[in-house]
Write a protein that binds this ligand. Structure first.
Ligand code: ADP
Ligand code: MG
Length: 643
């Protein structure tokens, strides 16, 4: 497989003013900013403390001010005033109101099919605004640490699983924060850069004297379990060049879920019903759960002591939580992460024994239970020596630095892939895939389509996303119309459709009628994203239904083809009526009627049978037309074409 290389356009900078580019990990629970200085990537801490992690929390509870409180100070407000303290806003990014099915303590407002806003004491705040406020705080940290006006832009990381709407929302947030986005980068991809996997490993390479041109490939799997998202990527490195072979994940699986499972366990131990306790109590419990969980990353058991108010009565429970019990509690999360790993390995057509390294990323991989789970599953000791909280931001900073200093880089950047297949609707509601899932981006694919009916002058291009064979089972991304196709016989027009995805994952679809150069195009920025269930369904459905989809597809294709034959025959029978005697006309008409009935029966075998009956009749007719047209040509008369 040939490897694509992306050369970056030169960006000149003034000779004496050094420009810096930030790497930002905009996390669901915590965010970080890093920068490369003197050739070394480092995290930028807060100026007033040594904190490197900024809690992705914003407090909008003070109506006397327009200034939100961001980070640690906001986190403190969470248990006291949860409905005005926005946490995990990333889960709301690019989602519609109706998509949000997970529980949260907020009052939402806005149109059903649009991104919701949080109703707070400081007004209605969109998830994009919350992210912008977090990004502003990070930008401020960087501004205080770097020379004035020296920030050229930022690379912001997103989960590999983010769809177009979620990526667009992230870009909007960056723009609102006054940041120039150099690129959005998948988080696992950034982690790979931080681990230096973009330079040839020499220590363990199979180095004999002549491996200057070592073409031996290495495969790495990145397992990133954060607070709210889970990502898996497989990267292939050949001779210092990277390719993302496959990605998968779940944008609603992480440490938050572990906290909730522990909180539920605590409630059960205390003999309490989750329904009878308030949201404040729930978030207190989740905080407690998180502390116990983190303690269990250092020790084998922890004393548990909780007090909860249940219907006005204070209840107390003390006990012990051990790693053994914790392993059972978190089993649903563990299992789901391994399911994703299996899926990604399947996508890449690999076994775990093919992997050279497994890399752990994300705060939740500090849990010894997760480390041994991964070690057992892949039968190898995973890499986790770079701080799993910082690794993504560090890699983003390195990429950002490469982007603004091309002469220092080797012009090779990591490639990302499309998470779901992209295609368009063809006759009969079938999907023609132009860009299969896991295709490295940027990418541009072209395919020629044609008209279905004689004299057709317009065409609807319907763009869909998903793994199923039929449009109704995929997700509609948008549609547009192409007009001005010169009227021709069905099948003669040449319409070139191009799907292009840029380095940020933005899709543009264009259609052009090549004889007249009539062109039309859209940029796909859907108003809201997919829910996690939808994404999982789209993906899983493709595998589950592969066989039945194939059958449905061949039935639809045969029907469409049969209908096209009938249309073409009818049109020819009118145009060349002179060639047919009464018997032939009747025989053709009968065979056409039978075929029409067969189409209505939805039975593939019956349709094929009737097609076979019609074929000798229509072939004979076609031969007559050919003859006449040859004679006419020889006589210098022009006839219409028909085939
Ligand atoms: P995100 O990228 O989703 O914001 P992070 O990678 O920063 O998330 O990870 C945050 C998650 O890691 C939280 O759920 C937090 O509880 C968990 N975490 C952090 N430190 C530890 C630890 N020592 N043990 C277990 N979990 C931890
Ligand atoms: Mg993360």
């Amino acid at each position: 497989m040939s490897l694509l290389q992306i050369a970056e356009p030169q960006q000149s900078s003034k000779p004496h003013s050094h420009r810096y580019a930030l790497g930002i990990d905009l996390g669901t629970t915590r965010s970080i900013v890093a920068v490369v200085r003197s050739g070394k990537a480092a995290v930028i801490p807060a100026t007033d403390s040594s904190d490197t992690l900024l809690p992705s929390v914003v407090y909008y509870g003070d109506p006397t001010t327009h200034t939100p409180v961001v980070g640690q100070a906001a986190l403190i407000k969470q248990s006291e005033d949860p409905s005005n303290t926005i946490i995990s806003a990333k889960r709301f990014m690019g989602r519609s109101h109706t998509d949000i099915k997970f529980s949260h303590p907020y009052q939402l407002s806005g149109q059903q099919d649009a991104m919701p806003t949080f109703v707070t004491k400081q007004g209605d705040i969109s998830p994009v605004q919350v992210s912008a406020d977090i990004l502003k705080a990070l930008k401020q940290r960087a501004q205080e640490a770097l020379p004035e006006d020296s920030i050229a832009g930022a690379v912001i990381t997103v989960p590999a699983y983010f769809d177009e709407a979620q990526r667009q929302a992230t870009k909007d947030a960056a723009a609102a924060a006054g940041l120039n986005v150099l690129r959005l980068l998948n988080e696992p991809t950034a982690a790979a850069v931080a681990y230096g996997l973009d330079s040839q490993e020499s220590s363990d390479s199979h180095s004999d004297a002549h491996d200057a041109k070592d073409t031996h490939s290495r495969l790495y799997l990145i397992y990133d379990l954060g607070g709210g998202t889970f990502d898996v990527s497989i990267l292939k490195m050949t001779a210092g060049v990277f390719e993302v072979v496959a990605t998968g994940g779940n944008s609603a699986l992480g440490g938050d879920d572990i906290d909730r499972l522990i909180a539920n366990w605590l409630l059960k131990q205390a003999g309490l019903d989750a329904k009878s306790i308030s949201n404040e109590e729930k978030s207190y419990l989740a905080q407690q759960a998180k502390q116990y969980k983190q303690a269990l990353s250092e020790q084998d058991s922890v004393r548990v002591d909780i007090s909860i108010t249940d219907n006005g009565h204070s209840k107390q429970w003390q006990g012990e939580l051990t790693t053994e019990i914790l392993a059972k509690i978190i089993e649903p999360v563990s299992r789901r992460t391994l399911d994703v790993c299996k899926q990604v390995l399947r996508d890449a057509n690999l076994n775990s024994s093919d992997l050279d390294h497994v890399i752990l990323v994300g705060g939740s991989t500090r849990m010894p239970l997760i480390q041994s789970l991964v070690a057992d599953f892949f039968a190898t000791k995973p890499l986790c020596h770079i701080n799993p909280d910082e690794v993504v931001a560090l890699g983003a900073a390195q990429t950002a630095n490469q982007l603004i200093n091309t002469d220092k880089s080797d012009n090779v950047l990591l490639l990302d892939v499309t998470p779901l297949s992209l295609g368009l609707e063809t006759m009969g509601g079938l999907v023609e895939v132009l860009i299969p899932r896991n295709t490295p981006i940027p990418v541009s694919k072209r395919q020629i389509f044609t008209t279905y009916q004689d004299g057709q002058t317009g065409m609807v291009i319907h763009v869909v996303q998903g793994e199923r064979e039929t449009v109704e089972n995929c997700r509609s991304l948008g549609r547009f119309e192409l007009y001005g196709i010169p009227p021709m016989k069905a099948g003669f027009a040449r319409i070139e459709v191009t799907f292009s995805i840029d380095a940020n994952g933005q899709l543009t679809v264009s259609a052009e009628e090549t004889t007249t150069n009539t062109k039309s195009e859209i940029a796909i920025t859907p108003s809201y994203g997919l829910t996690d269930e939808q994404k999982e369904q789209l993906l899983m459905a493709g595998f589950e239904h592969a066989e039945s989809d194939k059958q449905a597809r061949s039935l639809i294709e045969t029907k469409v083809e049969a209908e096209r034959e009938i249309l073409a025959l009818n049109s020819a029978m009118t145009e060349f009526a002179n060639l047919l005697d009464a018997d032939k006309t009747q025989a053709l008409q009968l065979a056409i009627e039978d075929l029409q009935q067969a189409i209505a029966s939805d039975d593939l075998a019956v349709i094929e049978q009737q097609q076979a009956k019609l074929k000798p009749l229509s072939d004979a007719f076609a031969a007559q037309i050919m003859n006449q047209s040859i004679q006419a040509t020889m006589a210098g008369t022009k006839t219409s074409e028909w085939s």
